[in-house]
Design a protein around this ligand. Structure first.
Ligand code: MG
Length: 202
């Protein structure tokens, strides 16, 4: 499986990092070794001193697809989760300055903590509240209706270039409020009022 992700999908987050509003989705990947499941602790790596949290809605692709039309896109995913796109901002900023790829800043081991998946039945994925707490303080809070490119748009766009396959994950971008995590932090993610992720930074 592969992990695809979109950068710059909420206007308020684009502004906080002083980036330009894109006219096409900005896509990057993380390797499968980025996944961190079961509320396992995140061990802060030695190669960065500025790792940021980015809470995001994640959808799981359910069948193989290429050149998917928008009207069919909803049939390509049945489950979703809340994930955190951990980003080594110091490494990413160096890469941005030089016009180099983001792989190491976004794809390092355990850079994708993720909740359990659940069926989309009974949920409106275009109108979901989700949020992130660090040490009990709300740091990110948003609704998926604020995405510039919705899930179906993202699937249409990605599948023009890259075949999606069953089990692939798509991180759909983060809202404003990103910031650093530090050793000792307690990280909790929420879907509506329900806590879906809870882990420590060690
Ligand atoms: Mg992100």
């Amino acid at each position: 499986m592969k992990i695809l992700a979109i950068g710059r999908n909420y206007v308020d987050h684009i502004k906080e990092l002083n980036n330009e509003i894109p006219d096409e989705p900005l896509i990057f990947m993380k390797p499968d070794t980025a996944l961190l499941r079961n509320n396992d602790p995140f061990y802060y790596p030695s190669y960065s001193t500025d790792i940021h949290y980015e809470v995001e809605l994640v959808v799981k692709i359910d069948k193989v697809g290429k050149n998917i039309e928008k009207k069919f896109a909803p049939s390509y995913y049945n489950e979703f989760a809340i994930g955190i796109d951990l980003t080594a901002r110091d490494i990413q900023n160096k890469a941005k300055d030089k016009g180099l790829p983001w792989l190491l800043s976004k794809g390092f081991d355990s850079s994708a903590p993720i909740s359990k998946f659940r069926s989309k039945e009974g949920y409106d994925l275009s109108n979901l509240n989700f949020s992130l707490d660090i040490d009990g303080k709300k740091v990110q809070e948003a609704n998926t209706s604020l995405m510039m490119f919705d899930i179906d748009d993202i699937i249409v766009y990605i599948s023009k270039f890259i075949t999606v396959k069953k089990g692939d994950l798509i991180f759909t971008g983060t809202p404003k409020g990103v910031g650093p995590i530090n050793i000792g932090n307690h990280v909790e993610a929420f879907l509506e009022q329900e806590k879906v992720m809870d882990f420590e930074v060690k």
